[in-house]
Design a protein around this ligand. Structure first.
Ligand SMILES: [Zn+2]
Length: 83
């Protein structure tokens, strides 16, 4: 098998890259609009095509992960049905 190098990830860089951070100031969750207080844990998700990111509270990030898992499962299903 040809050498393919490091396996890329759909969420490893660029779109969907996520980083758990501690809020350095007051922030607002991009999805639910709730305030994220300074010192609270939240997640920064990279915005494709920019150097920016969106901040989500942990609750919303859980929902986002769930939705992502659903989509991954669908992709996996498509992959399997095409073999
Ligand atoms: Zn939220």
């Amino acid at each position: 098998m040809a050498k393919r190098g490091k396996t890329p990830s759909l969420i490893g860089s660029g779109a969907g890259a996520s980083k758990f951070v501690t809020a350095k100031g007051k922030r607002t969750c991009r999805r639910c609009g709730e305030a994220i207080e300074e010192g609270e844990r939240c997640v920064e998700v990279a915005v494709p095509g920019s150097l920016g990111h969106r901040t989500y509270c942990l609750g919303c990030y859980g929902d986002i992960l769930g939705e992502t898992a659903k989509q991954l499962q669908k992709l996996r299903g498509e992959l399997q049905s095409r073999r």
